[in-house]
Design a protein around this ligand. Structure first.
Ligand code: BG6
Ligand code: MG
Length: 219
């Protein structure tokens, strides 16, 4: 791995524990429609945009839904999700994140958030990290969501760092694939840690040192 000059973090499931709120909101919607939906189905929604997530959820529906119905369902899901975000605070920052950000900042490493979410900015504000990154690229800036590389390529460009020197941190299979497609090494955490394409793996950010992340120490 080339020496890392920038770290690009996914948001949901890497920096903050919103992934459970996403699941609960989709589950509520699916239950109301009588569509089977469990945690295994939810894994496929990680890193994927809201409308694409809805399409995946509807694969198990017993009838077809019109475009107008789909728009209304996505809005309903987002309203439920936004309601649960009212509870969000710095206590929802995932283990090891604050320490990692501080260490990277101290070493002069550039940092960005690259998320498929259109709610990224209010989430960063709620957890007190709105000013912690050199760039924030989210679902409002891109036309193709992960596994397409657009969000990571744009984050790398905004930071002014070549792709092979940007380390992506991801918890989603779609995100690991997007990073690889962008030509970036990737640290896979959580349920993505078993992804065969990952450059580095850890259960969470307490499970890896900054030196290991930056390619300064072997693992
Ligand atoms: C990603 C999540 O970060 O954002 C997905 O992992 C989610 O589960 C996607 O569907 C879109 O989020 P939002 O907030 O725009 O509905
Ligand atoms: Mg994620």
């Amino acid at each position: 791995m080339a020496a890392v000059e920038a770290v690009i973090f996914d948001l949901d499931g890497v920096i903050v524990s919103t992934d459970e709120y996403h699941f609960q909101a989709w589950k509520q919607l699916a239950d109301a429609e009588g569509i089977p939906f469990g945690r295994e189905d939810n894994e496929r929604l990680r890193g994927v945009s809201r409308m694409e997530s809805l399409e995946i959820l509807l694969e198990k529906a017993s009838r077809a839904y019109s475009d107008a119905e789909k728009t209304a369902m996505a809005e309903r899901k987002n309203a439920i999700y936004r309601e649960s975000l009212r509870e969000l605070s710095p206590a929802d920052i995932l283990p090891g994140v604050d320490e990692m950000l501080e260490d990277l900042r101290g070493r002069g490493i550039k940092m960005a958030v690259a998320s498929s979410s259109k709610n990224a900015v209010p989430i960063l504000e709620a957890i007190g990290l709105a000013d912690a990154f050199d760039a924030v690229v989210d679902g409002t800036h891109i036309s193709q969501s992960k596994p397409h590389p657009e969000v990571f390529a744009l984050a790398g460009e905004r930071l002014g760092i070549a792709p092979e020197r940007c380390l992506v941190v991801e918890d989603a299979a779609a995100g690991v694939e997007a990073a690889i497609a962008a030509g970036m090494p990737v640290l896979a955490v959580g349920s993505a840690a078993s992804h065969p394409g990952a450059t580095l793996r850890a259960d969470d950010l307490t499970g890896i040192t900054t030196d290991e992340m930056l390619g300064l120490a072997g693992r």
